[in-house]
Ligand binder design. Structure first.
Ligand code: FAD
Length: 320
């Protein structure tokens, strides 16, 4: 009998996150054909997301009002209730805020080893290697597990998503016995960007720095992002200056993004910013200063005023 790989799926606004489909593919890459792959979905009123997930793999759904919003203790209790009888060989999370929070707790609970922030999976049989970045993306290492159970988190936007099967797999609903929590939700704050494309999963990111000069200065960047069906990001310089919300910050102390196209507008290219975006497939930099360090990592550089260049780009892309 094969081993069981459990993928902990996530939703945002009731919709399945792209990284969960990438995690299903990661499970396929890491496992053998005879192994079992199960997606575990926790939350409330997630029938549609469960149906969508079942197009890719077998699903276990835990639907309970207590799981409507993420709380570490409650999610941990629900997860362990589902995982313990399965005795998984591996548990795979997205390297998201929730995945980063839960994975080490689950690893400790299962007495498992953990490899985090995986960007690629290679090898076959018992020699599966997990690639992960080191030194803020300056180097990569390949790691292997020497034992099981195994806990893995995968960086969004790096492993291709799974493809749907021709028929849907089964959905098993598990009941959840509520656990007592020391905490309770007093207020839920939903960021304004909710519903837009998730920054860490976006294929195109248009990012603004201190060169954007004001909150209003982000408007042309938002328009360009909309035309390209992308998301807006920012440097810490722009966040510190109050031009945008910290949820947009990219870099060492912000989010790590690896889109197909990263457009840096009025960003100097400090090392801490590069840590969050240097692995993007194509980097386009727009900066007035031809000596700006961002040009050293850029595939395409435009020396010019972003307030002139960005609207022209939006206009030209709109024509396509
Ligand atoms: P600046 O360095 O001021 O650059 C602005 C750029 O805009 C300049 O290159 C200028 O030529 C250009 N410009 C100005 N006007 C225009 C115009 N009209 N058109 C075109 N270009 C124009 N930073 C991050 O981004 N993310 C992090 O996670 C992060 N973490 C940090 C952690 C630590 C511990 C520390 C110490 C720093 C961290 N920083 C981080 C801050 C980082 O060092 C830089 O200060 C910051 O990235 C600079 O932001 P910026 O490029 O927007 O601003």
């Amino acid at each position: 009998m094969g081993n069981t790989y459990v993928i902990v799926a996530e939703t945002k606004g009731g919709r399945l996150r792209q990284v969960s489909l990438e995690a299903i593919h990661a499970a396929a890459l890491a496992s053998h054909e005879e192994d079992k792959r199960i997606a575990l979905l926790l939350g409330h009123q997630l029938k549609e997301a469960a149906d969508e997930l079942a197009r890719y793999t077998e699903v276990i759904l835990i639907d309970h009002p207590d799981l409507a919003s993420y709380q570490a203790e409650i999610y941990f209790a629900a997860l362990t209730q589902a995982l313990d009888p399965i005795q998984p060989y591996a548990v795979i999370f997205g390297h998201t805020a929730i995945g980063r929070d839960l994975a080490p707790q689950i690893a400790a609970h299962l007495n498992a080893g953990q490899i985090s922030d995986v960007t690629a999976i290679s090898g076959s049989g018992d020699a599966i290697a997990y690639t992960r970045p080191l030194y803020a993306g300056k180097a990569f290492e390949n790691r292997q597990f020497s034992s099981s159970p195994q806990v893995i988190t995968i960086r969004p936007n790096n492993i291709a998503p799974a493809q749907p099967a021709s028929t849907s797999s089964s959905i098993t609903e598990l009941s959840y016995t509520p656990s007592t929590s020391l905490r309770s939700v007093i207020k839920e704050v939903v960021s304004k960007s909710a519903g837009r494309i998730d920054l860490t999963e976006a294929k195109v990111v248009v990012s603004g720095g201190r060169g954007v000069k004001s909150k209003a200065g982000f408007q042309p960047l938002e328009e360009l992002a909309e035309v390209l069906q992308g998301a807006v990001g920012a440097s810490r310089g722009a966040c510190d200056a109050g031009y945008c919300d910290y949820s947009l910050q990219i870099g060492q102390t912000g989010k790590v993004v690896t889109p197909e196209i990263y457009i840096a507008c009025g960003i100097s290219g400090a090392i801490q910013h590069l840590a969050g975006m240097s692995q993007s497939r194509i980097i386009i930099a727009i900066n007035k200063d031809p000596e700006a360090p961002i040009f050293k990592v850029a595939d395409y550089g435009i020396v010019g005023d972003l307030f002139e260049v960005v609207p022209i780009l939006a206009e030209e892309f709109r024509k396509l």
